[in-house]
Design a protein around this ligand. Structure first.
Ligand code: MSP
Length: 574
């Protein structure tokens, strides 16, 4: 039956694949990770975490890693006076550590200096060559070392005073270069790539599809895919020609294949990637070169490119020369890694650049994570209201009465009823800011409900004390917290886990499916009243109290002792 269905889907051009393979770009090791790099990885991680809780039957696989070849890396290592291999090891390890501390959980971390990758590149090259897509030619042009690419005159700006030409796109200088290269027949794939780009939801957001289609409206030139080994020696040699090394972008793109075991049998179980997350600066490589390379090799191009915009800092492009590069480790000392994840996904939108500012981060984290989410949990767990420290069951009669008589209860119910569908649709498009928005709106409704229902007037000793009604109010509030905790797992995995732990929600009941079970649909709780977890603090996220630190201290200095103590405390909470 299933086989017949798969055949039927295939006949419609729909490929059945239970694998959901997601990739981040692999990161250059010429400098330490900054928040822009972390952002690419956090998007992919949150996407995968959502897929896992939404579709437990899918085989979700996340790959990230480091891009370690090329002139840029050679130069960075020699600038630091470190052997290039050791330099790569050190920076690659820093990426691994930052991702680990940000709770990014890749299934594979690939390095382009690994043997498995070199084998994959050699095989891929031979495939392109044997299929007639690579030829040798003399090549001359303006080469941008920093971008590892040749540029045409229209892509350059001439500085009259110095006579130096610069890349219009990246601002880096170029130099005239003449050499013999291997060329890839990109020009032959123009129509196929255009067709691929135009498929529904192929390139997201749509503005990046338009950028690609504009590029594709001009004839595509063939592209140089090798460099002379005497100029670029820190690279993979071209098979059967030691005088040339493989162009770093061809080398780098093949990482996505190496990670799943290409060319060994079995790699196709994961191929093609369902989604590749990239920043806008590497759109051309992933939206034109990559599908063309794959088609030329007889392989299927990726299902979707999710393109994100960039982070600026206080309105300025991040750059070493401006001394405004934000180190995620430093930032996490201020906000915790969970806070930083939340800020990046809450404030970043894919279609336009986001501005990173301390004031904004502090405001958002305090008002949303500390006040709206954290305070509500503390209030529902307060020993004065909840001396038994339970997640109670609601009483059917009081529940019905609250829903009938209290507008705020009705509004909370409506919000919970819409939560699953709305958030699923936002997650499907990687609109994490809208997921956070929706969850916060629900939590606002829950805070309003809690305030309006005045539970403190019902507690033992108060006039009008009424235990079943009090427990019903707490149960409804905890239902809202539980559902928002489930929804927020992909964005703030550690905080959401702590919230769900505190509420004693069994691990098996944290999947998307459980959003359908709350007072909003059923008058009873899952499994009845249960004890809260006494080991987990009800204090979820501490307010960020520090004044804005002086710029230099924020970016380069180690934290002062008294502050670092506070920070340590917060760190242990996330
Ligand atoms: N090595 C290449 C990618 C090869 S993939 C086959 C590369 N590396 S990178 O380290 O320069 O960039 C990696 C990712 O970080 C890219 O997605 C890039 O867009 C992203 N970011 C770099 N600076 C950024 C910001 N300021 N803001 C957001 N993302 C940014 O390119």
């Amino acid at each position: 039956m299933i086989v017949r269905r798969i055949k039927c889907l295939r006949s419609l051009g729909i490929r059945y694949n239970s694998s959901h393979y997601v990739t981040t770009p692999i990161f250059y090791v010429n400098a330490a990770p900054h928040i822009g790099h972390l952002y690419s990885a956090v998007i992919a991680d949150a996407h995968c975490r959502y897929q896992r809780i939404r579709n437990p039957e899918k085989n979700v696989r996340l790959c990230t890693g480091t891009d370690e070849h090329g002139t840029k890396i050679q130069q960075a290592a020699s600038l630091h006076g470190i052997p290039v291999a050791k330099y790569c090891d050190d920076i690659s390890e820093r990426y691994r550590e930052v991702f680990k501390s940000a709770h990014i959980l890749p299934d594979d971390f690939i390095r382009t200096t690994e043997e498995r990758h070199k084998r994959a590149v050699a095989h891929f090259w031979r495939t392109l060559h044997s299929r007639g897509h690579i030829y040798s030619a003399a090549y001359s042009g303006w080469y941008c070392v920093s971008d590892e690419t040749f540029l045409t005159d229209s892509q350059l700006r001439l500085d009259e005073a110095s006579g130096t030409r610069y890349s219009l796109e990246s601002g880096h200088p170029v130099e005239w270069t003449e050499e013999t290269n291997y060329m890839f027949r990109l020009s032959q794939f123009q129509d196929d790539v255009r067709h691929w780009v135009k498929q529904e939801a192929r390139i997201r957001p749509a503005k990046f599809e338009k950028i690609l289609l504009d590029t594709l409206s001009e004839p595509l030139p063939d592209v140089s895919v090798s460099r002379p080994s005497n100029r670029v020696h820190w690279a993979i040699p071209v098979p059967d020609d030691d005088s040339q090394t493989v162009y770093v972008w061809l080398d780098a793109l093949v990482n996505y294949l190496s990670s799943v075991g290409y060319p060994n049998e079995g790699y196709s179980a994961h191929w093609p990637p369902a989604q590749q997350v990239i920043g806008k600066d590497i759109l051309k490589f992933h939206g034109i070169y990559w599908p063309a390379f794959l088609m030329a090799a007889g392989l299927e191009p990726p299902g979707q490119l999710h393109v994100h915009s960039h982070w600026t800092v206080d309105g300025q492009k991040m750059s070493k020369s401006k001394h405004n590069v934000v180190d995620p480790v430093q930032a996490a000392r201020q906000y915790t890694m969970e806070g930083l994840r939340y800020f990046l996904l809450r404030e970043g939108v894919a279609h336009s650049d986001g501005n990173y500012s301390h004031v904004k981060a502090q405001r958002i984290l305090n008002s949303e994570l500390a006040d709206t989410l954290g305070n509500l949990l503390s209030r529902a767990c307060a020993p004065s209201l909840n001396p038994g420290q339970i997640y109670p069951s609601s009483d059917a009669e009081h529940l019905a009465d609250l829903l009938r008589t209290l507008d705020a209860a009705k509004r909370l119910q409506e919000s919970l009823l819409q939560l699953s569908e709305r958030c699923a649709s936002h997650y499907e498009s990687n609109h994490f800011h809208l997921v956070a928005d929706t969850a916060m709106a629900t939590l606002h409704a829950a805070n309003n409900f809690f305030e309006s229902s005045k539970p403190w007037t019902l507690k033992a000793g108060a006039t009008g004390s009424n235990q079943p009604r009090l427990e019903t109010i707490i149960a409804m509030t905890m239902d809202a917290l539980r559902l928002c905790g489930i929804v927020l797992q992909p964005i703030i995995p550690q905080l959401a886990t702590r919230l769900l732990d505190k509420l004693s929600v069994p691990t098996a009941q944290r999947g998307w499916h459980y959003l359908a079970e709350s007072f909003a649909t059923e008058p009873v709780n899952l499994g009845g009243s249960r004890q809260l977890d006494g080991q987990t603090s009800a204090l979820l996220f501490q307010r960020i109290l520090e004044e804005k630190p002086a710029k230099e201290e924020q970016k380069t200095q180690p934290a002062k002792r008294s502050k670092s103590k506070k920070r340590e405390r917060r760190e242990t909470m996330s």
